[in-house]
Design a binder for this molecule. Structure first.
Ligand code: ZN
Length: 272
């Protein structure tokens, strides 16, 4: 699933194309993708001008000048592709929605498995979402993380995926940050020492930053707005590397399931 770095990459790319342009038409080729949109709400965004591109957690936000937002969640297999040389094959059978803007700018929302969605929302509704602080925002401090860890009895890996604790971290970056912080995924959040929490805090920011720098991870379906793959998957330390040697100590990486998600760790480097 695209996580913070992947959605941030798309956001930055679209930000160079869409601001100042009006959305002319929003067409759903599959009703499921538009399941959260009431026809009556369309007046808030059709014919309205884009002010900026934003991101909250793993959600891409097209902000309109009137204060409304079109929120897009890619979920498992969603892609947001800007029409261009690379989209001669689109639309195709996986195109679920098409957004037409002024000056011929067009976005294809591709989604193999159809878990993704579009929603029309506003600032008030966004604020009411139960989402934790943004990792690169002012509220995500070391003391915030230490405090939240102390209050949680859940395995740290599950804690990191909880969007109400920290927004934007998914399976890839949680596994990688825990490896770098030398913390085993099963360790209870409240058992993590203050010092280890500090290292974890730094590594969360480091892996997300690296993810953005490398344009995200394309280990499965992710493509950026230009239809290209990210590079982070070439730098995975433990994620989906079960049975392969640890980059630090050569012990074989293990895979376990936690909360139904694959968790990968080095049994030597991540002792507890
Ligand atoms: Zn190791």
């Amino acid at each position: 699933m695209p996580e913070l770095p992947e959605v941030e990459t798309i956001k930055r790319q679209l930000a160079t194309h869409l601001p100042g342009l009006s959305l002319i038409k929003l067409e759903f080729l599959d009703a499921k993708t538009g399941r959260f949109i009431d026809q009556k709400e369309l007046v808030h965004i059709i014919g309205k001008k884009i002010r900026a591109l934003k991101r909250r957690a793993k959600i891409l936000l097209l902000e309109f000048e009137n204060g409304y937002y079109l929120a897009i969640h890619l979920k498992m297999t969603g892609q947001i592709i800007l029409k261009g040389e690379h989209t001669k094959h689109l639309p195709n059978k996986h195109t679920r929605a098409v957004l037409y803007f002024q000056k011929g700018k067009t976005i294809y929302f591709q989604d193999l498995r159809k878990f993704g969605w579009l929603k029309i929302t506003n600032r008030q509704k966004l604020m009411a979402e139960k989402l934790g602080p943004e990792p690169f925002g002012p509220e995500f401090t070391l003391s915030y993380l230490q405090d939240r860890l102390k209050k949680s009895n859940r395995p740290i890996k599950i804690f990191l995926l909880d969007q109400s604790q920290i927004a934007g971290i998914g399976n890839i970056y949680a596994n990688e940050a825990l490896f770098l912080a030398k913390i085993r995924p099963q360790t209870r959040a409240k058992e993590i020492s203050l010092n280890k929490a500090k290292i974890l805090y730094q590594q969360i920011l480091a892996v997300l930053k690296k993810g953005i720098e490398l344009g995200g991870a394309s280990d499965s379906d992710y493509l950026n707005a230009y239809g290209s793959r990210g590079q982070y998957q070439e730098h995975f330390l433990v994620y989906r590397r079960q049975g392969q040697p640890c980059p630090n100590c050569q012990a074989l990486i293990k895979r376990i399931s936690l909360g139904g998600r694959g968790s990968f760790y080095c049994p030597q480097c991540q002792k507890k």
